[in-house]
Design a protein around this ligand. Structure first.
Ligand code: C5P
Length: 318
């Protein structure tokens, strides 16, 4: 095997949840969900270097430094289960706010699962990547394909949904984050109050309205974390109201928070709305699956074999 270094610069996109229902606690301690994930253009940057070799060495550098980095765990999992050997160096530049419900850590992990096999010439099928992704975290499998997707189970079971019309998100990022595990723990006592059956029916109705058009069915999206999170952090409810007053088509907590996402039909409207909000804001486009996968092919192009298979296939594999 040649020992030349192979490099790629990729991005790990953030997600928002366009709707999120938590139905109840499962026997494995996780919570059963119904959600709609959507990739947005806000992203972390990763630089990956790979040098073929017999021994496996993994080095991760991150700015800022993150304890128990999912990037490193993803690379280690590829070494243990995907046959990865050689020298790996990854530099992560965080831009997605942490503990905001925007899936930054999960997306970083999925980016490693997509990029490293291509650089290292590993032939891995989507099913193998989904299995490894689900082991790393509930939100990781979604980022293997991106776009808009239905998430079931603990969120790790993902199915494609049609893209919506072009839209922009105004992301409001409160200074203080929220730990996902803590948010679920706080939600648990409230779960018995709403019947899961009713919640599933409302979720279906909302999802149909997204495809058939709001003219045919009128439904507003919902995030079950809002009730508990807004009770403890009333400032977040005020931010949601501010987004709606500024003309957002919908405004919802993302995941378990603390970020909120307002949806606007144009970038200009989102930017205008952002000027009046007294907190950190980011304007991001909703990114379709075709665009997501097109970007990924572009970032990895020098290392790809011909063909349009997904996940992208390496030109180094034999
Ligand atoms: O799967 P992940 O490691 O991202 O989840 C972080 C934590 O969030 C879990 O340890 C669990 O406490 C909680 N969680 C949950 N139900 C889910 C997803 C996450 O209770 N569906």
């Amino acid at each position: 095997m040649s020992s030349e270094e192979r490099r790629a610069r990729v991005r790990a996109l953030a997600k928002i949840n366009l709707d999120l229902r938590v139905l109840g606690r499962r026997a494995d301690g996780y919570h059963e969900l119904r959600t709609v994930f959507q990739t947005i253009s806000l992203a972390d940057a990763l630089e990956l270097c790979y040098r073929p070799g017999r021994r496996c060495r993994i080095e991760v550098e991150s700015e800022p430094v993150i304890a128990d980095n999912l990037v490193e765990r993803a690379a280690v999992l590829l070494a243990r289960r995907g046959g990865l050997r050689g020298e790996v160096r990854i530099r992560l530049e965080k831009r997605i706010p942490i503990a905001a419900g925007l899936g930054g850590g999960s997306s970083d992990a999925a980016a490693v699962l997509l990029a490293l096999p291509v650089l290292a010439g590993l032939r891995l099928e989507l099913a193998q990547l989904i299995e490894m992704a689900a082991e790393l975290g509930s939100d990781v499998p979604f980022f293997l394909c991106g776009g808009r997707a239905l998430g079931l189970g603990r969120g790790q079971e993902v199915y494609p949904l049609p893209d919506g019309p072009a839209a922009w998100a105004l992301i409001v990022v409160p200074a203080e984050g929220i730990s996902t595990a803590a948010a679920y723990a706080e939600l648990a006592p409230a779960l018995t109050r709403v019947s899961p059956g009713r919640s599933i029916i409302e979720f279906q109705s909302w999802l149909w309205s997204q495809t058939l058009g709001p003219a045919q069915i009128s439904e507003t999206p919902s995030n079950d974390f809002e009730a508990v999170v807004f009770r403890r952090r009333p400032a977040l409810l005020r931010l949601k109201r501010q987004l709606l007053a500024a003309g957002a088509q919908s405004a919802l907590l993302s995941g378990s928070g603390s970020a909120l996402a307002g949806i606007f039909p144009t970038r200009r409207r989102a930017e205008q709305a952002g000027r009046g909000i007294g907190a950190r804001v980011e304007v991001a486009a909703l990114v379709s699956r075709a665009r997501y996968q097109g970007w990924w092919r572009r970032w990895l192009r020098p290392h790809l074999s011909a063909g349009r298979r997904w996940p992208p296939q390496s030109r180094y594999s034999r």
